[in-house]
Structures are given as C-alpha cells and as structure tokens.
Design a protein around this ligand. Structure first.
Ligand SMILES: *[C@@H]1O[C@H](CO)[C@@H](O)[C@H](O)[C@H]1NC(C)=O
Ligand SMILES: *[C@@H]1O[C@H](CO)[C@@H](O)[C@H](O)[C@H]1NC(C)=O
Ligand SMILES: *[C@@H]1O[C@H](CO)[C@@H](O)[C@H](O)[C@H]1NC(C)=O
Ligand SMILES: *[C@@H]1O[C@H](CO)[C@@H](O)[C@H](O)[C@H]1NC(C)=O
Ligand SMILES: *[C@@H]1O[C@H](CO)[C@@H](O)[C@H](O)[C@H]1NC(C)=O
Ligand SMILES: *[C@@H]1O[C@H](CO)[C@@H](O)[C@H](O)[C@H]1NC(C)=O
Ligand SMILES: *[C@@H]1O[C@H](CO)[C@@H](O)[C@H](O)[C@H]1NC(C)=O
Ligand SMILES: *[C@@H]1O[C@H](CO)[C@@H](O)[C@H](O)[C@H]1NC(C)=O
Ligand SMILES: *[C@@H]1O[C@H](CO)[C@@H](O)[C@H](O)[C@H]1NC(C)=O
Ligand SMILES: *[C@@H]1O[C@H](CO)[C@@H](O)[C@H](O)[C@H]1NC(C)=O
Ligand SMILES: *[C@@H]1O[C@H](CO)[C@@H](O)[C@H](O)[C@H]1NC(C)=O
Ligand SMILES: *[C@@H]1O[C@H](CO)[C@@H](O)[C@H](O)[C@H]1NC(C)=O
Length: 582
C-alpha cells in the first residue's frame, strides 16, 4: 500500500486517492485512464451518421497495460442515454462489481461519470472494451484492450517489430436507436451496409462497388519486419473472413492464451472474437496489398458490398493495390472446412502465459466434471406478442437491480436461481433466471445451435476450454471426441448452425457472471443468463466488497445520491499515467 504513494496526489484529488487506495495492491503498478464517450458525426460508408466515439476517436483509444496492473478507468457518459462499458475477456477476478453489464452494474446516467477500478490479475493478451447496453455497440464505443506480459515472463516468439490493432465489424448506416426500433418491432436487421476496418470504409478496389470519396485505413509497414496484428470482430452478427493479400497469418494468441503457431492464408473471425497473428513483410512491394474482411457463410454475390478493404503499405512500395481481392475460401460444399480450422486452434501447453510455465499449465482433461448444462438456442420466437430470443426457452429480462447488490441488501424476488440445465419441453417465456452454479465446480456447457445461422457465445469472468465442435445433436458419446489435452481456452466461442460446441470451465472466480449470445441482436432480444457463483463459506474474503463508489438503481435507487456535476476539466486524452512506481 505504501507504494501507492504521494506522487499521485498531483494528478488526483484526495477523493480519488481514497477510492483508489482501497484496491491498490502493493508493488503492482497503478494506471489511470479517462474515457469520454460521446457522439461524433462521420461518414464511414459515405453517408453522414452519428457514431459513438471515445475521447473523440472512433474506434476508441487502446487501453494498453501490463499483467497485474491496477486500473482506474473514469468513464464519462456524454451520450443522451444510459451507458455501461464492459471489458470483453478481462476476468475481473473476485470482482464482478466492475464487469459493466446490467446484472452487475447500474448504468451510468447521461452527464455522469463513473470510475471502474480493477486489477488485470494474471492475464495477458488481446481484448476489447465496448458499450454493453442499448445496442450501442452497433454505433461504436469500442476500443482495444491490451495486456502485455510482465518483462520477466518470456513470450513464445521473438519480440515483434510493431503492434497493429485491427477492429473489423459489420456495419449499418442506420444508428443504434433506429436498429433498436426495428428489433423492438420484431423485424430482423437484414443485410449490413458494409464492413468497417478501424472505423473506416473500403478502399475503392472496384469503382462499381465502392463509391468515390470513402476514407479507408492504411497500415504502414517496413519490409522484412514482423508485426503482431491483433484482429477483433466488434460487429453485430456477421462472421468475417480475414486475409492479407500474399501474406501468411501466423496465429500466435487468442483471447489471452498462446496458440500452437501455424500459418493460415485466411482466417474466420466470429463476432466478439480476438486473435493475434504474426505477419512478416516478406513480399517484394511491387504494389500495396489488400487487407480484407469479408462476410462469411452467406451468398457472396448478394453480400459483396459487405466487405471491408484496407491497405497494407510497405515503406518501399512501388504503387497502389490493384486487381481483384484475394479470393475468399472456396468451401460452399464443405461445411467441415471452417470447423476444421477452428479445431486446429490449439493451446501451446509449454508456453508461459501470465505466469511462468509449468505453473500456468492445468490438466483440465483429467478433472471430473461436476455439472453439465445443455444450453439450446432456436430461432427467435414470439412470447406474449413480442419477438424474443431464448436459451432453453427463457428470454432474459433486462435486470433493473444488479444481482450481488440485491444480495448485499437482502432484497428478495429480484431474480430466480432456477435456470434449467437442459432444454425444457414447455412454452418459451421471459424471466430473470440465473444458473445456480457451484463455486469450485468444474462444469461442462454444451451449446446446441438449433438455428440456421452462425452464433457466438461469450462468458464473462472466465475463460473456457473449447473441447469440441460438431454438427448434429450432442450426446454423451460426443465426449469421446473431446480434445482433452491442448484445447484452447477462451472467452468467446462460435457455435455452427445445426451444430454444438462443448466447453469446460473451472468455477474458481466468485461473483455473478454474464453468459450471452455475442450476436448483438440475439443478446438484445434476451439470449443471455448469468452464472451466480458464491462460496457457501463466504466470509467477506472470497469476493471483493462493493466499491465505495457503487451506483444504486432499480429497487435500491433511493440510496443513490445525486452526482455532483463538476465542470472541472479532466485529464482528457491523458492515457496510462504511470502510478505507484512511476
Ligand atoms: C438515430 O437515427 C434516427 C433516425 O434516423 C434519428 O432520429 C436520431 O437522431 C439518431 N440518433 C442518434 C443518437 O444519432
Ligand atoms: C502498448 O504499449 C507498449 C509499451 O508498453 C508498446 O510497445 C505498444 O506499441 C503499445 N501498443 C499499442 C497498440 O499502443
Ligand atoms: C467523476 O470524475 C471526477 C473527476 O473529474 C472524480 O473526482 C469522481 O470521482 C468521478 N466520479 C465517480 C463516481 O467515479
Ligand atoms: C510453444 O512455446 C514454446 C515456449 O515458449 C516455444 O518455444 C515454441 O516454439 C512454441 N511452439 C509452437 C508450436 O508454437
Ligand atoms: C466490380 O464489381 C462488379 C460487380 O460484382 C463486377 O461486375 C465487375 O467485374 C467488377 N469490376 C472489376 C474491375 O473487377
Ligand atoms: C509461416 O510462413 C512464413 C512465410 O510467410 C515462414 O517463414 C514460416 O516459416 C512459416 N511458419 C510456420 C510455423 O509454418
Ligand atoms: C513481386 O512478386 C510478385 C508476386 O509474387 C511477382 O509477380 C512479381 O514478378 C515480383 N516482382 C518483382 C519486381 O520481383
Ligand atoms: C446467390 O444469389 C444469386 C443472386 O440472387 C443467385 O443467383 C444465386 O443462385 C445464389 N447462390 C446460391 C448458392 O444460393
Ligand atoms: C473422478 O471420478 C472417478 C469415479 O467416477 C474417481 O474414481 C476418480 O478418483 C475421480 N477423479 C478425481 C481426480 O477426483
Ligand atoms: C444452489 O445450489 C446450492 C448447492 O450448490 C444449494 O445448496 C442451494 O439450495 C441452491 N439454491 C437454490 C435457490 O436452488
Ligand atoms: C431444430 O430442432 C427441430 C426439432 O426440435 C428439428 O426438427 C430441426 O431440424 C432442428 N433444426 C436445426 C436447424 O437444427
Ligand atoms: C436433433 O434432435 C431433434 C430433436 O430435439 C431432432 O428433431 C433432430 O432430427 C435431430 N437432428 C439430428 C441431425 O439428429
């Protein structure tokens, strides 16, 4: 604690210091960020529209920290509606108070700010942040979140010559409020208007398909160098195939775990997923090269506008990119191709992660499963006259009072703990039903997709071993095909249409954690639940206490004082101010 010393006082008010000191762990450096979330007008696809910027940027600036750093992220809501940022893949150990979804946090009202305080404990890797409510991710508000290794822990490849972040995603020229209105009326969103790469539209590779005057993204590189390229699909519902003309993508990391390094010429990135590739600039630069993110598992001739195109520009390039884009995978009649690619993503079990190996290795395949949850999703259904999306027949109602806060105040009736562990033979319904999961259990979740579209699912607070994917219905025999040795561990998994994905999770992180469809439309329509994981011997030590600045809402709204709206100029734009040890 003493290390979190007085040098900070020049940067922070006493109030803030008091807040922060409560979670500052000795010797782990302290880092502070300010994120101002507001609307700006841009025209990524040639049509002016209001998008959500962070610190005036779209996409937002990176949060770039190191394992075990203590963070204070002061988020200013400068929108005209409630806001919550969530930190996809950041595990918030023992601290679901900072997770930023409606079941854990009250939303930040317009014109208010709220400081998230958390430690990026025992994590490394490539993640992102985004607004978790009101369909806002469809208008932006996202940015990268990088956790670097501590210097004493080696990374399993040579230090790259540079770090490039690429945020790809499907995009509509209608804003999130218009899209919300469509979903509320039971309509589907239809084909997106395009794919953005780092908030920009496509390079004009074809004068018929791309109008003149669109701003595109350029990545400047030097010949012979190797870059770590972190690619995130921050879109709404479209799987994107990512490729760089003439260049191999050497897969190195996914969502915080190092993979067996192997080369791919193209790679499927599903909604919400993150990957690091090492890319060597080994071409002759006779021209620039295309960087492409194209819609996958759709009729390409109908969806050709839904293609993102950026430019890879060598410093010695002899001209601009021209000619056709590198072709997408030609596997219309081979539905195993993408699944085989997914199965090829395996963990490097000898690499160090956030901690040195073998301390970090974990023989998950030898642990007995304590509970199995079969979670089935079907196409959206009508419940009480409204179109809703469900898991096991339950469409989750947006909570008004965060669950652990309700527990702390002994409020009853805020939620039920009866989420079915398998599909039920009954009519679908809306409810606030959580999974009563067992602390320290080792669970198996089978995600069964009975829809005809690709989906991804995300779990907060955890990373899950992805032990199997297959078409058809899961059965107990399916366990024989599980990868019990080097399955990748990650937080966002795809579930192919008419297929299942099985994941294993060690429930060592107490709290209440969101499990959701990462497809934004399905999530908005209720396809989520939470795992409530509480140590039955909770003595105030297993889980962190609510932070001093906790917001109250819903049934506890009367406890919330008005926020003093200071016009004090903040440290706008200052990123990662060094703290304790600085
Ligand atoms: C969103 O679009 C609607 C309809 O085009 C418009 O009325 C509204 O002002 C827009 N809202 C924002 C926040 O951009
Ligand atoms: C993150 O910070 C490290 C130094 O700590 C730097 O090398 C790297 O380029 C930064 N990455 C981004 C994307 O800003
Ligand atoms: C809001 O920001 C101010 C600094 O501008 C800070 O002192 C205060 O603690 C923040 N409020 C919350 C609830 O985090
Ligand atoms: C796995 O990690 C080890 C240790 O860092 C490294 O030497 C090795 O090259 C990696 N193997 C593969 C196949 O990526
Ligand atoms: C541009 O796209 C259109 C529509 O797909 C296609 O007919 C045309 O051949 C393309 N032009 C070039 C130069 O590739
Ligand atoms: C990947 O491809 C590059 C060429 O782009 C090559 O130098 C490298 O050896 C390949 N690595 C593996 C593991 O296949
Ligand atoms: C550069 O590489 C391309 C494709 O590999 C090849 O067609 C071209 O002839 C090469 N140009 C030079 C100047 O070597
Ligand atoms: C794709 O759409 C085009 C245009 O509507 C149609 O002609 C073609 O048959 C479709 N292809 C497939 C495989 O459905
Ligand atoms: C797993 O369960 C089997 C019986 O089903 C038991 O024999 C074995 O000891 C258990 N293993 C562990 C590690 O608990
Ligand atoms: C939740 O599960 C625990 C056992 O893990 C059990 O004791 C408790 O009664 C369950 N709670 C409800 C409401 O079902
Ligand atoms: C979904 O399940 C129903 C029966 O429950 C079955 O008839 C249908 O073929 C399944 N569809 C898909 C796409 O899996
Ligand atoms: C999967 O199970 C459903 C019943 O839940 C059945 O209707 C369907 O035919 C099965 N699909 C396959 C491929 O066996």
């Amino acid at each position: 604690m003493a290390l979190c010393g007085f040098s900070m006082l020049s940067l922070f008010s006493y109030l803030q210091f008091a807040l922060l000191a409560s979670f500052c762990f000795a010797a782990d450096p302290f880092v502070s960020n300010e994120l101002h979330v507001s609307y700006i007008t841009v025209s990524p696809l040639g049509v002016p529209q209001q998008v959500i910027a962070v610190n005036g940027k779209f996409p937002g600036p990176p949060i770039n920290v190191t394992t075990n750093n203590n963070l204070a992220v002061n988020v200013y809501n400068e929108l005209d509606e409630d806001l919550l940022l969530t930190w996809s893949g950041i595990q918030m150990r023992r601290n679901s108070w900072q997770d930023g979804v409606l079941g854990t946090n009250c939303p930040i009202p317009p014109k208010w700010n709220w400081t998230y305080q958390f430690q990026v404990k025992d994590q490394i890797g490539s993640f992102f942040y985004f607004p978790s409510i009101n369909f806002q991710r469809a208008s932006g508000g996202f940015g990268p979140f990088i956790i670097n290794n501590r210097e004493i822990i080696p990374i399993p490849f040579a230090q790259p010559d540079g770090d490039i972040v690429i945020m790809i995603g499907d995009w509509y020229t209608q804003n999130h409020t218009a899209l919300r209105t469509a979903l509320d009326a039971g309509k589907s969103l239809g084909m997106p208007d395009g794919v953005l790469i780092n908030g920009k539209g496509p390079f004009r590779y074809n004068t018929t398909l791309v109008p003149d005057g669109i701003e595109y993204e350029t990545f400047n590189v030097d010949p012979g160098k190797t870059y770590r390229i972190r690619v995130h699909n921050v879109g709404i519902s479209t799987t994107l195939n990512f490729r760089i003309q003439n260049h191999n993508l050497l897969l190195a990391e996914t969502e915080g775990y190092y993979t067996i390094q192997s080369n791919y010429t193209q790679f499927d990135i599903h909604v919400g997923q993150s990957y690091s590739f090492l890319v060597t600039m080994d071409q002759n630069a006779s021209s620039d090269y295309y960087v492409v993110a194209s819609a996958r598992f759709v009729n390409e001739s109908l969806w050709q506008m839904v293609t993102g195109v950026a430019i890879l520009h060598y410093s010695n390039s002899k001209g601009s990119a021209a000619g056709p884009l590198p072709p997408p995978p030609d596997d219309v009649y081979d539905k195993e191709a993408s699944m085989n690619q997914a199965r090829s993503v395996r963990q490097n079990t000898s690499a160090s992660g956030a901690r040195p190996n073998p301390q970090g290795s974990f023989h998950y395949g030898q642990i007995n499963i304590t509970d199995t949850y079969m979670l089935k999703v079907v196409p959206p259904e009508t419940i009480n006259g409204k179109t809703q999306a469900t898991i096991n027949g339950i469409s989750f109602v947006k909570p008004e009072t965060p669950f652990r806060l309700a527990d702390q105040h002994n409020l009853r009736g805020i939620y039920k703990l009866d989420f079915p562990s398998k599909p039920m033979n009954r009519s679908p319904m809306t409810d606030i039903s959580l999974i009563n999961a067992t602390y320290k259990g080792f669970i198996e979740i089978v995600l069964q997709n009975n829809d005809t579209i690709m989906q991804t699912f995300h779990i907060d607070g955890y990373s899950a071993f992805v032990v199997g994917y297959s078409y058809g219905n899961w059965s107990e025999d399916s366990r024989n095909s599980y990868n019990k040795w080097d399955a990748i561990s990650r937080c966002t998994v795809q579930v192919y249409p008419e297929a299942w994905t099985a994941i294993l999770i060690s429930l060592d992180n107490p709290g209440v954690w969101n499990l959701r469809s990462e497809n934004l439309d399905k999530w908005y329509l209720g396809q989520e639940t939470y795992l409530r994981i509480v140590n039955p011997e909770e003595n105030g030590k297993t889980e962190m206490a609510a932070p001093a600045n906790v917001l109250y809402c819903g049934a506890l709204k009367s406890l919330q004082p008005e926020q003093h709206q200071s016009s004090a100029t903040s440290i706008f734009g200052a990123e990662n101010l060094a703290g304790c040890l600085g």
